[in-house]
Design a protein. Structure first.
Length: 372
């Protein structure tokens, strides 16, 4: 079945197909075993220069637009172009596969013209299984991300506790200050903060996706969840650590140890052929055994992990309702956490490559709570 995308490479299925970033929307078509990308003059030269895929043909768009613009009707030129390309490169009787975010107006237009469209999700299911090149790229992204945590730990070690606050270079430590330092280290590591980062403390740390703002107090948990995209490859990494500068409460210490045990329980379940939800269930069972309940109101309140690749959250899902079966080459996170407004939150997250016999950690970095 032919495949059609109209998007920029912010659509990561398109990036997966092209392996080259394109900032403006382009047409991409797979048909008859061939791949075509239709580009205007702004993109054509650089794409042709970078394209190493002999099965991919870059087609200049301008000559086609001259012909397309003469077509009857006042419809959008992009819609006219889509129709022209499908009529030119595909058999009339073929249904065409499009991604779930395909432009609705274009889909309506094509169907009105007799084109059969089928929404395919996932569009490239093979993205969930990484090949050796992708694994190498993700290992490199993870290695660079670990440098971010080295910087965070360096700051916390150099900082001094004054009363209930922490001071670094004469300033009271805040989430914003830590993020600023993190951003500078990201730039040095050729990483891009495309999705935001989480450095949250106190009550904010008890809200799993709170980005974090304000003062960081001594003895308070600091949840650092860093998930940048590599500027070099376009692949993501995703790591979380929880720190305390000073003396943690007994509750936070107990939560940290329980989360660490839960992650280990999840890791033991990883191997090809295992239902992904078993990882989540193992983490939840371990936390319950440690005396912590799991619910939406508190405790363990999110999935135990997710796939990582060209998007920070992609297949396979690793939650209680996941239908996925782990395959060799999946790269997933395992990230149990505990969250209580009265104490704060704790999360530990690492990335793992699924193999026939188990899991290989791609983010082998120290897991310690107290930094003094």
């Amino acid at each position: 079945m032919p495949k059609l995308i109209y998007a920029s490479t912010k659509n990561r299925d398109l990036f997966y197909a092209l392996k080259i970033e394109v900032s403006d929307p382009v047409f991409f078509l797979e048909s008859g075993g061939r791949k075509y990308v239709f580009l205007d003059a702004r993109e054509f030269g650089i794409f042709s220069e970078q394209n190493e895929n002999r099965a991919m043909e870059a087609v200049p768009l301008e000559p086609l637009l001259t012909e397309i613009s003469k077509a009857d009707g006042n419809m959008e030129i992009a819609n006219k172009t889509a129709l022209h390309l499908l009529k030119t490169y595909c058999e009339r009787s073929e249904a065409v596969s499009v991604p779930e975010d395909f432009p609705l107006s274009m889909a309506d237009f094509l169907r009105a013209k007799g084109i059969s469209l089928t929404v395919q999700n996932p569009f490239y299911p093979e993205r969930a299984v990484k090949n050796s090149d992708e694994i190498s790229l993700m290992k490199e992204a993870a290695k660079r991300t670990m440098k971010i945590f080295e910087k965070i730990e360096e700051i916390l070690k150099e900082a001094a506790i004054e009363g209930e606050y922490i001071k670094y270079n004469g300033e009271i430590l805040t989430s914003e200050l830590l993020k600023k330092e993190t951003a500078m280290e990201m730039a040095r590591q050729e990483l891009i903060d495309s999705e935001g980062i989480i450095i949250s403390s106190g009550q904010h740390s008890a809200i799993p996706h709170h980005p974090g703002t304000g003062l960081i107090k001594a003895g308070s948990p600091i949840v650092c969840d860093i998930f940048p995209k590599s500027k070099i490859s376009g692949y993501f990494s995703d790591i979380s650590r929880t720190y305390v500068k000073g003396v943690p409460s007994k509750e936070i210490s107990a939560m940290f140890n329980a989360v660490l045990r839960a992650q280990e329980a999840g890791i033991k379940k990883v191997r090809a052929g295992v239902p992904a939800k078993e990882i989540h269930n193992a983490c939840a069972a371990s936390l319950k055994e440690s005396g912590f309940e799991t619910s939406e109101k508190g405790g363990f309140m999110h999935s135990a992990g997710h796939g990582v690749g060209l998007e920070v959250h992609e297949r396979p899902t690793v939650g209680p309702n996941s239908k996925a079966i782990l395959e060799t080459g999946n790269i997933i996170t395992i990230e149990p956490g505990l969250y209580y407004p009265e104490f704060g939150g704790v999360r530990i997250e690492d990335m793992f490559l699924v193999t026939e016999t188990g899991a290989i950690c791609l983010t082998e970095y120290t897991r310690k709570l107290v930094i003094n």
